[in-house]
Unconditional design. Structure first.
Length: 388
């Protein structure tokens, strides 16, 4: 099958980029003819003032993207195009270009950027569903980059393409990574029949499965408000017998270091970012992985990879997480931001270590059934074939 994969990389490689690379390799390794059309936001660093000005207008009508797509199709017409991210350099112009050539389009919803400029549905330290209402809430709340100007610009792009019906008429299938994300886009006016629920696949080495984990729980992610890091720290203070390792970096890193020092939390280690292989070892060897997010999580790779390696997950009941972590079968859930409830769960982990270790084979079985690369590949090909 000839497949055109499209992605606009962020300046810092994020989960979307990892998923894009993983699915690209998955398709190539199974004999598909893959073309890649990508842009990288680091290109902006070398833009002249004139280029920067026109890049602002490209969100409405991007001639470069249209010309690039015309050339790609003339050289080697794909059977289907699968798009991951288009903002800001590729732009929604790619849907218009592909649609004009009658190339079927699949779009993965990695976030909520089609209805929310910051992509998170989270602003001012709380969840936000203002997109369901009319008005200028995004601009008022400076949702994009904490700027009135940037928020107005992005809102104008969304408004323009909504009027043109670019997102709802030009795309043949949408991939929602969980049932919650599907429900959000259905509420936003997207065709329910076009949205297929397919989670990401695991991207770690299956042989790392460890039946006998070490005595620690693990947080791995961005150190930011929406990830619930301080909810975790406040709960961990009350369970000093349970070692906690924290992987990642982010805007709250210095505050976290100060909190650990001021409270003499010797059972908590802040380990920063780790190379992929070392990261996999931490996941595989953890007693439990914890995901205390307070935003609407979509399909966090830390959760998917943990379950695939047989490590149970303790996570907040938000966004798509309940789809991935059936309680008692693959882990446990708690109310986002609830320190007391999380403390009780941590105490449960501390008091039931042998039972939790015995869970690992069933967690591993669930993880392989739901998130193995082979399962993901079959789901992807089925989606492509349905619209060809």
């Amino acid at each position: 099958m000839k497949i055109l994969l499209c992605h606009n990389y962020y300046k810092t490689r994020a989960g979307e980029g990892l998923v894009f690379e993983h699915e690209k390799n998955l398709l190539i390794n199974r004999g598909n003819d893959i073309q890649v059309y990508s842009r990288d936001n680091n290109e902006i660093n070398s833009f002249s003032p004139v280029q920067r000005f026109f890049s602002i207008l490209n969100g409405f009508n991007n001639k470069k993207t249209k010309n690039d797509i015309d050339r790609i199709i003339a050289e080697n017409r794909p059977d289907v195009a699968h798009i991951h991210n288009v903002f800001p350099l590729i732009s929604p112009a790619i849907y218009v270009a592909l649609n004009r050539h009658k190339v079927p389009i699949v779009q993965t919803f990695h976030n909520f950027r089609f209805v929310c400029p910051n992509g998170l549905l989270f602003i001012n330290e709380k969840k936000c569903l203002f997109f369901l209402k009319k008005g200028f809430h995004c601009i008022k709340n400076k949702c994009y980059r904490q700027s009135y100007v940037y928020s107005a610009w992005y809102s104008a792009i969304l408004a323009y393409h909504n009027r043109q019906k670019t997102f709802v008429d030009k795309i043949d299938r949408y991939i929602a990574l969980n049932s919650f994300t599907k429900s959000i886009f259905v509420k936003a006016g997207f065709d329910k029949q076009k949205i297929i629920v397919k989670p990401n696949s695991a991207s770690v080495d299956a042989s790392s499965f460890n039946k006998n984990p070490d005595n620690y729980i693990l947080f791995a992610g961005r150190l930011s408000q929406e990830k619930g890091v301080f909810t975790l720290l406040k709960a961990a203070v009350k369970v000093p017998e349970l070692p906690l390792k924290i992987l990642g970096d982010g805007p709250l890193e210095n505050e976290i270091k100060q909190f650990i020092t001021e409270n003499s939390l010797n059972h908590i280690e802040l380990l920063g970012c780790q190379p992929q292989k070392q990261f996999e070892k931490y996941l595989a060897n953890a007693l439990v992985t914890i995901m205390p997010s307070e935003c609407f999580e979509n399909c966090p790779l830390t959760v998917i990879n943990s379950l695939y390696l047989g490590t149970p997950v303790l996570a907040s009941r938000t966004g798509g997480i309940p789809d991935f972590v059936p309680e008692e079968k693959a882990g446990w859930l708690f109310t986002p931001g609830n320190v007391d409830e999380l403390t009780q769960k941590l105490q449960m982990v501390e008091n039931n270590k042998e039972k939790i270790i015995k869970m690992r084979p069933q967690v591993r079985k669930w993880g392989v059934e739901q998130f193995s690369p082979e399962t993901n590949y079959k789901r992807l090909i089925k989606i492509y074939e349905e619209i060809m």
